[in-house]
Design a protein around this ligand. Structure first.
Ligand code: PLP
Length: 448
């Protein structure tokens, strides 16, 4: 295969070990995407699909945005790469300032990383570094949440709460991590928005503080809405309670906004939507509209100041960073994205479209194989009823929907739906119609 025809069918599928994929199943019957424009994708069979999940929550601005392509091209022609240690380039400072205008409270300091996982890993390290700088090196424990997803590096997997991601690596997890329960209760059936019940689940953090000593805990990390496990929306008052308990014990609250950041909830961040300001916030995905990998860790001023003040001038204050931290090409994409956010009033667009999307999403609840639906803003999860073994319904349904012309990801038995913000109502209709067709075909296939 020459570099000119990389989008068509390759000569061999054998050498590429694919991520989070049933490699054997895929290689027997591959699904290749060859083109993407706006809300549509094209498959190697020449079929058009509508993108119902913004890739992996990455492309809310649609595929093939000319403004981003032009900005990236120009950047590559001017300064393609500059190593980021002990020197810099102007763009990353401009980007940090522009992000700081949006982040809540005094989360004004940005550390750039490569992706969501490295953002979370960095947030963990910054939390530890902050407490050490304050003379509290005994705070090494972290609290995560069941059904949380924070990426796949060891720190991320340790604080995450998805069992399949942990099992194989259980022997090498980070020490000292406890988990609070997830917030999805059996009575939370077919709820769009925040459940009324379940805020008491935040008291799990209080219990962990009592059992291990709150003074030994560095941080509690949660997604404002758990995205990868299918839009688990926090009950009313829950995040506020977590904030109160963190404050009581001097624990940092980290919001992982890799999915919920940049408009997905209808506000800029989940923090804004739910009125709770964390101490550290992670972002990735939509930061560059998914076209160049980038992660960001936003920290409040006092965390940054504490780490700076603990070191003499001339010393490296935080021994952490990546070859690709805030590199020009990622920054160029992110700055172009910031321009589009402003120019197209993107956050309001998402907020205004959300009720229409939610109505469409919940119209699928009559399908007999659908067990539950959850939704908030421009995100939703459809739980499929168990089909002989966990994960089978989700995978079979994903494949039936792929054939029906709608593209998304399934996690276990949950279909993850997150349309692009550039969608018009007709695109939402198309997504919902094709989901109905795909799920109905899945049901028929099971009966045959
Ligand atoms: N955190 C959250 C909340 C995520 O949803 C993800 C990815 O889906 C990550 C972290 C990891 O991001 P990445 O895959 O870019 O490493």
């Amino acid at each position: 295969m020459s570099s000119e025809n990389r989008t068509s069918v390759p000569n061999s599928l054998n050498e590429h070990w694919m991520p989070f994929t049933s490699n054997k199943d895929f290689k027997a019957n591959p699904r290749l995407i060859t083109e993407a424009k706006g809300v549509y994708l094209k498959t190697h069979h020449g079929k058009t699909q509508i993108d119902a999940s913004s890739g992996l929550f990455c492309n809310p601005l649609g595929h093939g945005r000319k403004e981003i392509t032009e900005a990236v091209t120009k950047q590559l022609e001017t300064l393609d790469y500059a190593q980021p240690f002990q020197q810099g380039f102007g763009g990353s400072f401009e980007l940090a300032s522009r992000i700081a205008k949006h982040t809540p409270g005094d989360l004004n300091k940005m550390f750039f990383t490569i992706c969501g996982s490295t953002a979370v890993e960095t947030a963990i390290k910054i939390a530890v570094a902050y407490h050490r700088a304050k003379g509290e090196a005994q705070r090494f424990r972290f609290v995560g949440r069941e059904r949380g997803y924070h990426g796949m590096n060891i720190g991320c997997v340790s604080v995450g709460g998805m069992v399949n991601n942990v099992k194989t690596f259980a022997s090498i997890l980070m020490p000292g991590v406890q988990h609070i329960r997830h917030t999805h209760l059996p009575e939370h059936k077919f709820i769009s928005g925040q459940p009324e019940t379940g805020d008491y689940l935040a008291n799990d953090l209080e219990t962990i503080c009592q059992n291990f000593g709150g003074e030994n805990i560095a941080a509690c990390i949660v997604e404002p809405i758990a995205g990868s496990t299918g839009t688990l929306v926090p009950p009313k008052g829950y995040l506020q309670k977590l904030r109160e308990i963190c404050d009581k014990y001097g624990i940092l609250l980290i919001f992982d906004e890799v999915i919920t950041g940049w408009g997905r909830t209808g506000s800029k961040f989940g923090a804004d939507e739910f009125g709770v300001t964390p101490d550290i916030m992670t972002m990735a995905k939509a930061t560059t509209n998914g076209v160049v990998p980038m992660g960001v860790v936003a920290c409040n001023d006092s965390i940054y100041d504490a780490v700076m003040d603990a070191s003499p001038t001339g010393a490296v204050e935080l021994f952490h960073g990546y070859t690709y931290s805030g590199i020009p090409v990622a920054v160029a994409a992110a700055l172009a994205v910031q321009d589009i956010f402003e120019k197209d009033d993107i956050f309001n667009r998402a907020k205004n479209l959300a009720p229409y999307f939610q109505k469409g999403l919940f119209s699928l609840q009559d399908l007999e194989s659908v067990d539950n639906i959850r939704g908030y803003g421009m995100m939703g999860g459809i739980d499929m009823k168990l089909n002989t073994k966990p994960g089978k319904a989700g995978f079979e349904c994903f494949k039936a929907c792929y054939e029906a012309g709608v593209n998304f990801k399934a996690t276990g038995d949950c279909l993850i739906i997150a349309p692009q913000f550039i969608c018009e109502e007709k695109h939402i209709d198309e997504i919902i119609d094709k989901l109905r067709t795909g799920i109905t075909n899945y049901q028929k296939n099971q009966k045959n």
